[in-house]
Design a protein around this ligand. Structure first.
Ligand SMILES: [Zn+2]
Length: 746
């Protein structure tokens, strides 16, 4: 007790000075203070430690931790010493999982409150070590660290169904997680495209369900699609699962398994079609998306799944068992005699209540065995039984509603936590599902929404990033999508003294990227955050493109299709593009950077930077500002969710004002046709100007060229779309989306 009080006071005194110390530990500790002049070090050849005072199982894996940071780590370790350089002291009480680390010129003291906190202390310690290149001795800054996590759920997820990852790859994923103090691994073990966990009672789940005969090769929305017809699959034996669970536990990580139900069930139903509504035998699909065949709600299907959960619980000691519950089409249930009978007997209003019943049955089953159910936020529909927890993915609304109803919540909104999204707007990014979640956005993530009261906020357990692997076919691609974004998330979830983003980026660049990409970890890591960022601004008669470089060695070369080239831009410059009167001009901008090359094509035309007024505003998810249509860039293909103005209305009305009267001879309007994403071309465009009759045009192409003669200071476009999506297309009968980008005025 005395030592805690002492630490507390010491802590308050030091906090004032800590602002001046740059800390290389990520996630940043609650307190980090350099001692003395700030430039003094403990130097040593050996990291001896008192293994008797180091708690189980940390003493056992001490060398494994060291190996993540030090080359030839065994040369540095000496755990035979009775009183080592590193001294451990257990302290009871304090914040959960809090620790302190004190490096003096003579010794290293770690005070811990739990095995997990001792593990965290060691990772912080190893992140501070510098190796002397001359004699390979170790150097540690004299400092004091006091630290504890803000959230108890600091999670990363991995979908091994769409693409399979080996036991060794999963272990490396866990190793990297452990370095950044994540403590939950959400293992998405089943989905339509593969069943990955051995269930002894139902061997066909892996004999049949773990394998598919083909896999779609391009983006889901590409048409026509091409297929890789190589048989694909894999699964984990129960023995392997036990091995991974133990490996994670040693690293203070709890594995939460997910068995998807009642939807995303095609792989299971390929093996046991009798548990679907129709009983029809269908193969394991190699296409992504949502399928209409789901588990039937009849008793035999429920028992089948409960028997599976029985074996799952034997393998995973986690408090929570995740049962999915997301994206469940009710089509089959509506026409299934068994489901309809059940609905009648239970006097349920509709099929969402049938889903609620289904989840409720699983919840009761788990609860009787001392576990809790967790599911995606759809499980709230039709009512959720007490004790069940919600993972909020469709924004934060589900999580807010759940917390207000007294359910525990893990925040994992697509906007900030879907690491299958693009991380830069560069055309050189490898194919991803869509979306745009750059590093800085992850860093800004707030797991506790402002809508929650002080009483409701504690129901937020924490947050988690999800790695859906439709477009992540290899381990290299997986780490590229995960790092460094996971480190930004660890900052948010650990929640120490979170530095300004620029400081974080600097520490990342100088200490963590080299470690991740270095010879020990050799991890494929994204450097997208180091690419120069650029921003468009409206100026009189055009637009200005401002660059923000991350490195003094970066520059931009500009060339154009009419010999207007040779412009070089250095640090933090802007380039102005004025409206060209005579003809359109194409610019090609090439970014030169030590980390990564990139380019951008820009078309300058008479409408560049025109005032855009929407009479029908774009949907807020696909509204990247009113410059989108006149910024000189055509929306990227494949469609990435940004750069386009997307409308969920039948009609789009938009006016472009040029500020003065100009002569127009042609319009080139860009639209998107991606019927698999419900995006269709409009039918017709009506153009009106200051004077003369409106002119109408039919739309047949994504680039629509309209011959036109007018002198006007504006144009008004009335774009008429299809009333509904035609029969035979995905989403038939619904209102189609209209996506526009770049309205080129010639
Ligand atoms: Zn049914």
């Amino acid at each position: 007790m005395r030592s805690l009080l002492f630490l507390g006071n010491f802590w308050i005194c030091l906090h004032f000075f800590s602002q001046n110390s740059t800390c290389n530990i990520l996630p940043t500790p609650v307190t980090f203070v350099k001692a003395g002049s700030g430039n003094e070090f403990l130097e040593t050849q050996k990291l001896s430690f008192d293994s008797n005072a180091c708690p189980e199982p940390i003493n056992v894996i001490f060398a494994e931790i060291a190996k993540l940071y030090l080359p030839s780590a065994h040369n540095y370790l000496d755990h035979k010493a009775d009183k080592g350089l590193i001294k451990f002291q257990y302290i009871s009480g304090g914040y959960p999982d809090s620790y302190s680390l004190n490096i003096t010129s003579k010794e290293i003291r770690i005070a811990y409150t739990s095995p997990a906190s001792c593990f965290y202390a060691l990772h912080s310690l190893f992140q501070l070590i510098q190796i002397n290149p001359v004699d390979s001795s170790l150097k540690l800054p004299l400092c004091f660290v006091k630290d504890y996590p803000k959230f108890s759920w600091r999670g990363l997820h991995l979908d091994v169904a769409r693409h399979f990852f080996t036991v060794d790859e999963v272990k490396k994923y866990l190793d990297l997680m452990s370095m950044y103090k994540f403590n939950i691994f959400h293992w998405h073990l089943t989905d339509d495209q593969g069943w990955r966990i051995e269930i002894k009672r139902y061997p066909k789940l892996t004999e049949i369900g773990a394998w598919r005969d083909s896999t779609v090769e391009n983006h889901y929305a590409t048409s026509p699609r091409t297929w890789n017809t190589k048989r694909y699959g894999g699964f984990y034996t129960q023995e392997q699962i036990r091995e991974v669970v133990a490996y994670a536990a040693d690293r203070q990580i709890t594995i939460v398994p997910e068995i998807e139900m009642p939807g995303h069930a095609r792989a299971a139903l390929a093996a046991y079609p009798e548990y679907s509504c129709s009983g029809k035998q269908q193969p394991v699909p190699g296409l992504w998306g949502v399928f209409e065949d789901v588990f039937c709600t009849k008793d035999s299907s429920l028992h089948f799944l409960q028997n599976i959960l029985e074996e799952v619980m034997e393998l995973f000691p986690s408090q929570y068992i995740h049962v999915g519950g997301d994206e469940v089409p009710k089509t089959r249930w509506k026409t299934c005699p068994n489901c309809q009978k059940k609905k009648r007997i239970l006097e349920l209003k509709d099929e969402t209540e049938l889903q609620s019943y289904f989840i409720g049955q699983m919840d009761q089953y788990l609860k009787k065995r001392g576990r809790n159910l967790m599911g995606w936020d759809e499980i709230l529909e039709g009512g959720l039984s007490p004790g069940a927890a919600v993972m909020s993915w469709r924004g934060t609304e589900g999580g807010i509603a759940a917390a207000q109803q007294g359910h525990f919540v893990v925040m994992s909104p697509g906007s900030h936590c879907y690491f299958d999204h693009y991380q830069s707007k560069s055309t050189s990014e490898p194919l991803a599902i869509g979306g745009y979640t750059p590093l800085e956005k992850v860093y800004d993530f707030q797991p506790v929404p402002q809508e929650l009261s002080a009483q409701e906020a504690p129901f937020i357990l924490g947050g988690q990033a999800n790695l859906w692997t439709e477009y992540i076919p290899s381990f290299d691609q997986l780490t590229y999508m995960t790092y460094p974004r996971a480190i930004a998330l660890s900052q948010v979830l650990w929640g120490g003294s979170k530095a300004p983003y620029q400081t974080f980026e600097e520490v990342l660049k100088t200490h963590h990227i080299p470690r991740l990409m270095g010879p020990i970890l050799n991890t494929h890591t994204s450097l997208s955050f180091m690419k120069p960022s650029f921003k468009f601004k409206r100026i009189p008669n055009g637009i200005s493109l401002g660059f923000e470089f991350k490195d003094t060695r970066e520059s931009v070369a500009v060339s154009s299709n009419d010999g207007h080239d040779g412009v070089w831009l250095d640090h933090e410059k802007t380039l102005d593009f004025k409206r060209t009167i005579k003809k359109t001009r194409l610019y090609n901008l090439t970014f030169l950077s030590p980390c990564c090359a990139d380019s951008l094509t820009l078309i300058s035309h008479q409408g560049l930077g025109a005032q855009v007024s929407y009479e029908t505003p774009p949907n807020e998810r696909y509204n990247s500002g009113d410059l989108t249509l006149v910024d000189g860039q055509f929306g990227a293909r494949p469609w990435r969710g940004n750069q386009w103005a997307g409308f969920d209305t039948n009609t789009v009305k938009v006016r472009l004002d040029f500020g003065k009267r100009i002569r127009i001879t042609e319009l080139e309007l860009g639209f998107l046709y991606e019927p698999t994403s419900w995006i269709h071309l409009p039918l017709e465009i009506r153009v009106s100007t200051n004077r003369g009759k409106d002119q109408s045009y039919k739309v047949n192409n994504e680039r629509c060229n309209l011959k036109f003669q007018a002198k006007s200071d504006h144009i008004f476009l009335h774009i008429e779309g299809l009333k509904t999506i035609p029969i035979g297309f995905p989403g038939e009968g619904n209102i189609p989306w209209i996506f526009c980008d770049e309205f080129v005025i010639k």
